[in-house]
Ligand binder design. Structure first.
Ligand code: ZN
Length: 169
């Protein structure tokens, strides 16, 4: 005879010790069951936090993109160099695209954005070492948000790998 798992509501055979779908200890003690539920709630909260930090990283990428777009106009206004303006325009578009795609594959696109940002800073340093110190606090904030977003996306992936049931929502 089959019963429904009280945790995930999937149909499970009554002889099962743990639910095949979510791992709920069907034949465990009340204490084991409440520990399982508690852990599940904390995992869901962790995933919620991870999603929030990825959303912040996405916003930061849009800000970086907007700044590069402003740079494109500024540089063109100052130097009338079309090439320089195009350079910043391409950077702006790339950051915008990575931001837009980041919810689909956060680790990949946040890492690409971080690599591009670090590459850009390295390029600035190469042009003129003093440029790197201009707005250094913002640079640190941008890099930290991206690193934190990647770290959280990785945590989320590990949690979901361990508890495939959490993938459902
Ligand atoms: Zn279950």
């Amino acid at each position: 005879m089959d019963i429904n798992c009280p945790n995930c509501k999937e149909e499970v055979s009554q002889v099962e010790i743990d639910c095949e779908n979510c791992g709920f200890p069907l034949s465990g003690t009340d204490k084991e069951k409440s520990i399982f539920i508690g852990r599940q709630i904390s995992n869901k909260a962790k995933i919620g936090d991870a999603k929030e930090s990825q959303a912040k990283a996405k916003k930061i990428l849009y800000v970086i993109g907007a700044l590069q777009l402003a740079n494109a106009f500024l540089v063109y206004g100052q130097t009338k160099s079309f090439d320089d303006a195009i350079f910043y325009f391409v950077l702006a578009v790339l950051f915008g695209v990575f931001a837009y795609l980041s919810p689909k594959k956060p680790i990949l696109f946040l890492s690409l954005a971080l690599a591009l940002l670090l590459g850009y800073y390295a390029f600035l340093y190469f042009i003129d070492p003093e440029l790197i110190f201009r707005g250094i606090l913002w640079k640190i904030v941008f890099v930290s948000f991206l690193v934190y977003g990647i770290w959280n996306a990785n945590e989320e992936r590990e949690l979901k790998k361990k508890h495939s049931f959490l993938n459902k929502d």
